[in-house]
Design a protein around this ligand. Structure first.
Ligand code: PAF
Length: 273
């Protein structure tokens, strides 16, 4: 089907997901539809990106409801493979695609092997679906940067598009994992975006003492009732340490609440001197 679309000259836009679709995913699908003649969505809860003690088994699987949403959104094709289709030799024998260094930083420190799992599956999805364009959410900012690096390094002929993070009225970033939070925890979790905004405003006011800001932000998250994994200020372009005269910074945070790990980030444009 995809080959026939290419033959007809249709641009194919892929939105890779793990299902349990929410408004954030549907917006990525709208972006895909604006840029490609054909929209393919993949739903695959990828075992290789979950650590042994993580929530792979508990990850919400809602295929029937997701299919109805995709129908309503006018998606041309759903690709929902089995684990055996994606990893025919089994998980232990599977060829891995690894982007060095950046995969072992930030979330990679707290989730060893996570990004190797992401790039290994996204590379397979790209090869199977052969999209011209692929759309990823900004909420997973490190994932976006890691995948961009993979696309560049492997000369994959795919243009990446980033879709903005959808938020609840409280500011909490929409995520399939929010369903694991109680109503009270959802209120507590909104502190992440408040703290990111505090860091952003402080940076824009000219405070560049990154270490102090990061540790104050972690303290604010703890005081709000979260267990921070990290808060980090980085160069938005590649997540390296911020340069002396930063133009655009990314403030990234990961924190745990009631067994759920939440991530979020804010892109901060620095005022010109
Ligand atoms: O962001 C996600 O949902 C997943 O990490 C992805 C990109 C679909 C790979 O499994």
């Amino acid at each position: 089907m995809v080959a026939a679309w290419h033959e007809a000259g249709d641009g194919i836009a892929l939105v890779p997901t793990m299902g349990n679709l929410h408004k954030g995913h549907l917006n990525l699908i709208s972006r895909a539809a604006e840029r490609g003649e054909r929209v393919v969505v993949s739903i695959f809860v990828n075992p290789t990106q979950f650590g042994p003690t993580e929530d792979f088994e508990r990850y919400p699987r809602t295929m029937e409801v997701d299919m109805r949403k995709l129908n309503r959104a006018g998606v041309d094709l759903l690709f929902a493979p089995s684990v055996a289709e994606m990893y025919p030799r089994g998980l232990d024998q599977a060829t891995a695609v690894i982007v060095p260094e950046i995969s072992d930083d930030l979330c990679g420190i707290h989730r060893p092997g996570h990004f190797a799992g992401v790039t290994s599956v996204v590379c397979r999805l790209f090869n199977i679906c052969s999209p011209d364009i692929a759309v990823f959410g900004m909420k997973d900012y490190q994932q976006l940067i890691v995948i961009s690096r993979m696309v560049e390094d492997l000369h994959l002929p795919i243009r990446l598009i980033a879709g903005p993070t959808e938020r609840e009225p409280s500011g909490l970033a929409m995520s399939s994992r929010n369903g694991g939070l109680s109503d009270d925890e959802q209120v507590t979790a909104a502190a992440i975006f408040r703290v990111l905004n505090w860091v952003g405003t402080t940076l824009q006011s000219g405070n560049h003492r990154y270490d102090e800001l990061e540790s104050e932000a972690r303290a604010q998250l703890s005081a709000a009732g979260l267990e921070p994994d990290y808060v980090a200020v980085r160069n938005a372009a590649d997540l390296s340490a911020p340069p002396d005269a930063p133009v655009r910074l990314a403030v990234l945070a990961a924190a745990r609440l009631g067994g759920v790990r939440l991530i979020d980030n804010l892109i901060v444009d620095m005022p010109a001197d």
